[in-house]
Design a protein around this ligand. Structure first.
Ligand SMILES: [Zn+2]
Length: 81
């Protein structure tokens, strides 16, 4: 008989915000890294957070010479993440 069942096991999920929890998944590793979770998603926190891993917001602001504006809050968000 073939073993057709995926490896369903306990997986630790680690968020970029520092929060972590365990769940069950067929994910290949024991630890899953995520950028956002229920503890830091703007929907739950009520705060605006720019998810900008590739620096696209920075690029956009540079392109249109928006050096000031909300640049300060953006930097803070980056540090927090
Ligand atoms: Zn998080």
């Amino acid at each position: 008989m073939k073993n057709i069942h995926p490896n369903y096991h306990e997986v630790k999920v680690e968020c970029a915000c520092g929060n972590s929890f365990t769940t069950h998944s067929t994910y290949k590793d024991d630890v899953m890294k995520v950028d956002i979770c229920d503890k830091c998603h703007p929907f739950y926190t009520g705060n605006q957070k720019i998810v900008d891993a590739a620096g696209r917001v920075e690029k956009f602001n540079r392109k249109f010479n928006r050096e000031n504006g909300n640049a300060a809050t953006k930097t803070e968000d980056k540090k927090a993440a």
